[in-house]
Design a protein around this ligand. Structure first.
Ligand SMILES: [Zn+2]
Length: 516
C-alpha cells in the first residue's frame, strides 16, 4: 500500500483547509486510515447505487492509501472487483482490503447495515435528491439520474475527511442527515422531486473548461440516459499528473491526454454528438465566426476567463466555481435585469495583475517586471532566476534545476502549483492559489451538469442567481444566494451597445421569455 504519486498536490489542497498543517503529520494520519466502502446487492444492481459507488471510489482513491471494498452479499462481489480495478487505475499502489475489521471510517451504499465499529455514513439517493444519514441506511432510487447519487458521494467523502481531520477543522462538525434535491435545492419534499428518466435534448450546448469541475460535469452527463443534442467541449490543455488529485475521470492512463479528447471519450456511450475543441475559448470563438451560443456551461478557473465568455454574449450561462470557503453555481441571462456573469467577477480596483501574483507566490515580489517579461515572451527561465526562487523559498536548487530553460508558466505550474516546492519545504510553503479538495470540485461539476440539463429540458429554474454549498461544514438550510446586478454601471450588462447586440442575436427567443 502506498500514497498516490500526486499526493503532494492533495497535501497542498488539505493544507489550505486544515489548521496547524504539517506534511509529515498529514501523511501519518492518512497512513493510519482504512476507509471502507460497503454495499449490498441492492446498491450494486441499480444505476443510482452504482453511480454513488463509482464516484465514492473515484474520490477516495485519490487521497487515502488503503481502502476496504466490502460487498455485503455475494451478488455484490463482482461489483467489488470492478471498484478495485477503478481504484488501481487512479493509484496503482493503493492497498485494498476485503475485510472491514481494521476499518477506521466507513461509507455504506444500499439498505444493509454492516457490522463495523467505526464512524459510518449511509449514502444514497432518490433521483435528483442526495441522501446521507449517520444512523440508518438510506437506499438508492430506481432512476438513471446521476445527480443525487453523485452529490451523495461528495457529501460522504467530505464527511470522511471531516471525521479524520476533525481536530484540525474548526466548525466542521459532521452532517447528521442530508436530503437535498438538486432539482430545486430545497430539502426534497413530495411533489418537489422533479421529473426522472425523461429524454432531454441539449440542443447546442457548450461546456467550457474541462478541469476538475468539468470532470464532475462530464461524469454526470455520461451517466444520464436519454441525453441527445450537440455538446461542444472546449479546453486547450492536456491532463498533467498533478491533475489526478481531483479530476474524477482521470487515472494514470490519461496523463498526457488532451482534455477535450478525454471528454469525448467519457461521453462515448451517450447519444450526444460531442465536438471537441482543443482551443482556448477566445480562439474557439474566433474560429467559429458565428457568435450565437445558446447555452454555455462555465467550468473555468479565473475571473478573466469568465469575463471572456460573458463578453461573447451567450443567450444563457450556468457558471460553477470552487473557492476557499465554498463552491456553487450561478445562472445568468443577460437582458433580464439580473446579475450577468461579469457582475459577479468584475475586477475591483485593488485586484492584482497575474505577474504580481506569480512573483509573490515565487517568493520574489520585487521581481514582478522580470516575471511579466518572461510571461509575455514565453522565454525559458534563466539559471539565476531559478536560483533566486530556490533561495527565496528556502528549498534546495537541485530539484528545481530541470526547470531552467522551460517557460515560466511551466515552471510555475509544475514547481509551485504541482506541489514540488511544497514538498521540498516540508509543507511550510503554502501556495496562495486555491487548490480545492476532490469532493468540492466534483460537486460543483455535478451541480453545473444538473443546471444545463434542467435548462435544456425547460424545467423551472431557481429564481435566485446562485446556490452555494460549503462541504467543510454541515449542510446549511439556506443555499440560495441572490446576487445583485453590478451597481456602478461599469458592467457590460449596463452598456446599451452590448444590450442591443444581445437583442439582435436572440430577439425572437427572448420574446417568449418576456411574455412568460
Ligand atoms: Zn453585469
Amino acid at each position: 500500500m502506498a500514497f498516490a504519486n500526486f499526493i503532494d498536490r492533495a497535501a497542498t489542497a488539505a493544507s489550505q483547509v486544515l489548521a496547524d498543517f504539517h506534511l509529515g503529520d498529514f501523511k501519518a494520519a492518512l497512513d493510519k486510515q482504512v476507509v471502507a466502502v460497503a454495499f449490498d446487492d441492492e446498491a450494486a444492481s441499480c444505476a443510482e447505487g452504482q453511480a454513488t459507488l463509482d464516484l465514492a471510489v473515484r474520490l477516495l482513491a485519490r487521497l487515502y492509501p488503503v481502502l476496504a471494498i466490502l460487498p455485503l452479499d455475494s451478488a455484490a462481489s463482482s461489483q467489488a472487483q470492478a471498484l478495485e480495478r477503478l481504484a488501481k487505475s487512479i493509484n496503482p499502489k493503493v492497498g485494498i482490503r476485503r475485510s472491514g475489521k481494521s476499518a477506521t471510517v466507513c461509507l455504506v451504499v444500499g439498505v444493509t447495515r454492516p457490522t463495523l465499529r467505526c464512524p459510518t455514513f449511509f449514502m444514497g439517493s432518490d433521483g435528483w435528491a442526495a441522501k446521507l444519514s449517520r444512523t440508518e441506511p438510506v437506499g438508492s432510487g430506481s432512476s438513471s439520474l446521476p445527480y443525487g447519487a453523485g452529490a451523495a458521494s461528495c457529501f460522504g467523502a467530505a464527511n470522511v475527511f471531516r471525521t479524520i481531520f476533525a481536530a484540525q477543522l474548526t466548525g466542521a462538525e459532521l452532517d447528521e442527515d442530508i436530503d437535498l434535491s438538486l432539482y430545486s435545492y430545497n430539502k426534497s419534499e413530495a411533489g418537489d422531486a422533479g421529473p426522472i428518466d425523461l429524454p432531454v435534448d441539449l440542443g447546442e450546448t457548450h461546456l467550457v473548461g474541462l478541469g476538475a469541475i468539468g470532470h464532475g460535469s462530464l461524469w454526470a452527463l455520461a451517466r444520464q440516459s436519454g441525453l441527445s443534442g450537440r455538446l461542444h467541449v472546449v479546453d486547450h490543455e492536456a491532463i498533467e499528473l498533478s491533475n489526478l488529485q481531483r479530476y474524477v475521470l482521470a487515472g494514470r492512463a490519461e496523463v498526457g491526454m488532451s482534455k477535450a479528447v478525454l471528454a469525448t471519450t467519457a461521453l462515448r456511450s451517450t447519444a450526444l454528438e460531442v465536438q471537441a475543441h482543443s482551443l482556448k475559448w477566445a480562439e474557439y470563438v474566433e474560429r467559429r465566426g458565428d457568435w450565437v451560443f445558446d447555452r454555455v456551461g462555465v467550468a473555468l478557473d479565473t475571473a478573466a476567463d469568465r469575463l471572456a465568455v460573458q463578453g461573447a454574449l451567450p443567450r444563457w450561462i450556468a457558471n460553477a466555481w470552487t473557492q476557499e470557503h465554498d463552491l456553487g453555481i450561478s445562472r445568468h441571462g443577460f437582458d433580464d435585469g439580473q446579475a450577468c456573469l461579469c457582475c459577479m467577477y468584475m475586477p475591483s480596483e485593488k485586484s492584482k495583475d497575474e505577474h504580481h501574483l506569480i512573483a509573490e507566490e515565487l517568493g520574489i515580489p520585487e521581481a514582478h517586471e522580470q516575471v511579466k517579461t518572461l510571461l509575455q515572451t514565453d522565454a525559458g527561465v534563466p539559471n539565476d532566476f531559478v536560483v533566486r526562487v530556490a533561495t527565496a523559498m528556502a528549498v534546495p536548487f537541485e530539484p528545481l534545476a530541470p526547470f531552467v530553460g522551460q517557460s515560466l508558466r511551466s515552471f510555475y505550474q509544475r514547481a509551485i502549483c504541482g506541489g514540488l516546492v511544497f514538498q521540498l519545504s516540508g509543507g511550510s510553503r503554502l501556495v496562495q492559489t486555491v487548490v480545492p479538495m476532490a469532493f468540492q470540485s466534483a460537486l460543483a461539476g455535478i451541480m453545473l451538469a444538473a443546471e444545463l440539463v434542467k435548462h435544456s429540458a425547460g424545467f423551472p429554474m431557481s429564481p435566485t442567481t446562485s446556490t452555494r454549498v460549503n462541504l467543510l461544514r454541515p449542510l446549511g438550510s439556506h443555499l440560495d444566494d441572490p446576487k445583485a446586478k453590478e451597481s456602478s454601471g461599469r458592467c457590460i450588462c449596463s452598456d446599451e451597445d452590448f444590450i442591443a447586440a444581445y437583442r439582435r442575436k436572440y430577439g425572437e427567443q427572448l420574446n417568449n421569455v418576456s411574455a412568460a
